[in-house]
Design a protein around this ligand. Structure first.
Ligand code: HPA
Ligand code: ZN
Length: 336
């Protein structure tokens, strides 16, 4: 079964590229860029990855990102992720990046996006992984700052499929960004938002009704509101769920208590993703395996999750059909 899961063709739709910074690369870039780290060793960095909640993670995640300065750094970060997930049979990725984490440190928007985009292009040509890029606004910063970031992105609009919302959720509801998201939609961007990770179901309603999102990132607390579950099901709004992240950040005390299976069996388009794999102990396959082991997911449910990852992707119907056909061929040949 483990072999079968590892080889399933899949897409990853909830992945922060800054969250793929492994301690080894953090040290290499710190040395290359003469950035001082407060950690003495790779083991010390890993030992610091014990989180009580989302904020305790974000503090260390923004700190780690300080080693990223030049276009090549963003290229190397993205390329390392693509090489890893190619080995995990990932066929398509939709990657978040947080421009404000870098522009607020004086790194130009252009430096960030050029490095990421060049690696994604190489990933398509050399590794056969298709891609989309989603720009996230940091919700702990102002709505005006989000609009300024959107304006910086306009010259690169062809490289960005949509905008999202991440960082500290509680106290920064989706409604704070209603103008920024309206402007983004008017400029032709699709919209997604982190909601219902630590925040209440009300934030998921706001993301749907006020930000007009096409997908909800996390959304696991939707299970607390049956009317919301019905809305997500009726409108076929996918949830990009990140099991290891939710346990690491104490949204659930154990994986056995995770709502993934319940959400899936309520008829929602649930997908499995890694969020910030360098920090949460695993890439997408480790998330599939951890959820499978704790929740006893059947082959049929695992197939559904993989299929959902393609159906929920921001791809045209033809590309989705090709990927789903590959999945179906795999499942048939592997004696489903
Ligand atoms: N939630 C909010 N913000 C984030 C996350 C997350 O899971 N990962 C990176 N930024
Ligand atoms: Zn996330």
């Amino acid at each position: 079964m483990e072999h079968w899961i590892r080889h399933l063709p899949k897409a990853e739709l909830h992945l922060h590229i800054e969250g793929t910074l492994e301690p080894e690369l953090m040290f290499e870039l710190a040395k290359r860029n003469a950035v001082a780290l407060r950690f003495g060793s790779i083991e010390e960095v890993r030992a610091a990855y014990q989180f009580a909640d989302l904020q305790s993670f974000l503090d260390i995640y923004y700190e780690g990102a300080q080693v990223l300065l030049h276009e090549q750094d963003f290229y190397d970060l993205t390329w390392a992720y693509l090489e890893r997930v190619q080995a995990q049979h990932v066929r398509h990725v939709e990657i978040f990046f947080d421009p404000q984490t870098h522009t607020d440190r004086g790194v130009p928007f252009e430096t960030v996006i050029r490095g990421i985009h060049r690696a994604l292009d190489d990933g398509e040509r050399k590794l056969g992984i298709s891609h989309q890029l989603i720009m996230c606004f940091l919700r702990h910063l102002s709505a005006e700052a989000a609009i300024a970031t959107l304006e910086q992105a306009l010259p690169f609009r062809d490289w960005i499929i949509g905008v999202g919302l991440d960082s500290s959720e509680v106290g920064h509801p989706p409604e704070k960004f209603v103008t920024a998201f309206a402007r983004a939609r008017a400029e032709g961007f699709l919209t997604v938002a982190h909601a219902g990770e630590e925040g209440p179901p009300e934030y998921v309603w706001q993301a749907l009704d006020q930000l007009k999102v096409k997908r909800i990132d996390h959304g696991v607390r939707s299970i607390e509101d049956s009317a919301l579950v019905e809305r997500l099901r009726a409108d076929a709004i996918p949830l990009t769920v990140c099991p290891l992240s939710n346990v690491k950040l104490c949204v659930y005390d154990t994986m056995e208590h995770h709502s993934l299976k319940e959400l899936l069996n309520a008829g929602l388009c649930v997908t499995v993703n890694s969020d910030d794999p360098a920090y949460f102990g695993g890439y997408v396959n480790e998330n599939f395996l951890a959820a499978h082991q704790a929740l006893g997911l059947s082959k049929r449910e695992l197939y559904r999750l993989a299929r959902n990852s393609f159906e929920a992707a921001f791809l045209d119907d033809g590309s989705k059909e090709t990927l789903i056909a590959e999945l179906d061929t795999y499942v048939k040949s592997a004696a489903f």
